[in-house]
Design a protein around this ligand. Structure first.
Ligand code: PGA
Length: 252
């Protein structure tokens, strides 16, 4: 049984004071849904204060990125141990990082290894562009992202990984995929690629989320699918009642 998982990716939104207020608005509602693993991913600057606010609530805290090196001359970067001080989770390889900050399957692989080595639960994002989608390359693209991104990961810890399938054309556009289409990508391409690397028993235990314009109105459509174990939510995670409804919809 894969425990449902919903993460809110706040992206580059909220000052510390605003983040703290948003957590206050979310907390009661989120605490009422322990059947779902729920995680908030604010900007780095709010991690310290939110880690105190979320202590002993059952609600997890994640960073949106990390560097793979332990320390050194990497201006503007955050080391895995610095994330680990406050967080249990970290998003890796979000399509915005890939598009705007030159992240690749190779850097994703380094970050994934660094996160796993510290016991952080990585949420690894994959997904095709609009032109790849339109030319029928979705399967090929996500398989490559899994094979390269998850290269040389120890099978014994692979089940810690959470995968987020986010078609790039669906992110922040209001044009979500359909439950059926997303499920088909997970079933026909992503889980088989994971099985290739780790064997089918381990692959069956790895949680795969859908992400891209998830709202309270469409969440159930995704969560009812056999392969979809939850969601990575961007825009809607900044709206307390909306995000709480999405988490509630993920109840098994
Ligand atoms: P969105 O973003 O829900 O705003 O489409 C999802 C994501 O980028 O993770």
């Amino acid at each position: 049984m894969r425990k449902p998982f919903v993460a809110g990716n706040w992206k580059m939104n909220k000052t510390v004071a605003q983040a703290s207020m948003l957590v206050q608005e979310l907390l009661l509602g989120l605490q009422a849904v322990p059947e779902v693993e729920r995680v908030l991913c604010p900007p780095f600057t709010s991690l310290m204060i939110l880690s105190a606010q979320l202590a002993n609530t059952g609600v997890g805290l994640g960073a949106q990125n990390l560097h793979w090196e332990a320390s050194g001359a990497y201006t503007g970067e955050i080391a895995p141990q610095m994330v680990k001080e406050f967080c249990g989770y970290v998003i890796i390889g979000h399509s915005e990082r890939r598009a705007f900050f030159a992240e690749s399957d190779e850097t994703v692989n380094k970050k994934l290894k660094a996160a796993l080595a510290l016991g952080l639960i990585p949420i690894v994002c994959i997904g095709e562009t609009l032109s790849e989608y339109e030319t029928g390359k979705t399967g090929e693209v996500v398989k490559r992202q899994v094979l390269l991104g998850f290269k040389e990961i120890d099978t014994a810890i692979a089940s810690q990984i959470v995968v987020a399938y986010e078609p790039i054309w669906a992110i922040g556009t209001g044009k979500a995929s359909t439950g059926e289409d997303a499920n088909a990508v997970l079933k026909d391409h992503i889980r088989p690629a994971l099985a290739n690397l780790f064997g089918s028993a381990v692959a069956q235990g790895i949680r795969i989320l859908y992400g891209g314009s998830v709202t309270a109105a469409n969440a159930e459509e995704f969560f009812h699918q056999s392969e979809v174990d939850g969601a990575l939510v961007g825009g809607a995670s900044l709206k307390p009642s909306e995000f709480i409804k999405i988490v509630e919809a993920a109840r098994p």
